[in-house]
Design a protein. Sequence first.
Length: 354
Amino acid sequence: MTRSKPAAKPPARPRPGNLTRKPTLKTIAEMSGLAVATVSRALNDAPDIGADTKKLVRRIASDIGYVPNRAGVRLRTGRTNVITLVLTTEPDVMDHTARLIASIAEALRHTSFHLTITPYFPDQDPLDPVRYIVETGSADAVILNQTQPDDPRVRYLVEKGFPFATHGRTDMPVAHPWFDFDNSAFGRLAVDGLAGRGARSIVMIAPPREQSYSQHMIAAAAAECAARGIAFLVEDKTTADSPNEHVCAGVKARLAETPEVDAYITGSAKAAMATTAAIESTGRRLGRDINIFTKEAVSLLNLFRPEIMTVHEDVTRAGRFLARAAMQAIREPEAAPMQELEVPGAAAPSADKD
């Protein structure tokens, strides 16, 4: 009787510890049993690849230390798989910028894109880094903040057809992706809250006036004060971004010149802290003689002074949304741009909740 030969065993899949060469897409394909094309599409977060397959491929890639060859990716796709956040180098002591960076990075974590930071200096034209990114092709999309009503960076990116998203709106007649906090609603809420405590003379320490959100905040608060017969003044020598010592000096000078002031609205949490220090140095009592209304991204001020009235600005939600909006602008340039307005006190859409 002739014995049949035993079936040949399939070749052993390589294990992470046995790899002697740099891992490639083919390595992941061999370990997963998937086609190289499927592995590539899974790593690029293609919508036609299932979640379980993406999870498997990413786990293997992480286990074996696979890193895409960026030059190869660019040759094949024309992309860098980079989204860059353009930021000023001016310090941010209240963690606003750190939260924005962390939330964008978290939203990109399981995609083919990664985040870089492109800085610019206070004495530099903000258009310079944007122009450099576009001309060198060093990123696939740009995320901007501190937008202006007529923003030359937005105009330039639209003219070049380069994908981008903005943290803040413009008044320009162009449709583009953005996420914004409703600073008009904030201005009205601030006046309403302070009026509820009996305020009759309100001073605002606003963000720099050339920025869109500052103009929204000022206009809404001024209109609300006018409707209620409340005196309203915007400081013109200091802003919510000014150094703390400048804010303190400005508040002391204002209270000496206009002692009837009984309330402040500040456009940042750090300005609220500096305002508090100045008020208390004059012997006035916060919450009795004078009140403050502000907004914050980190729940901190009520630990510092419970009398300060605050609303929350969800910077984490903003970062996640901007990451998704930038990716859509890259992948679907003909689609309607993603836009969302955070209204203080309103519930977030389900897609943005933690």
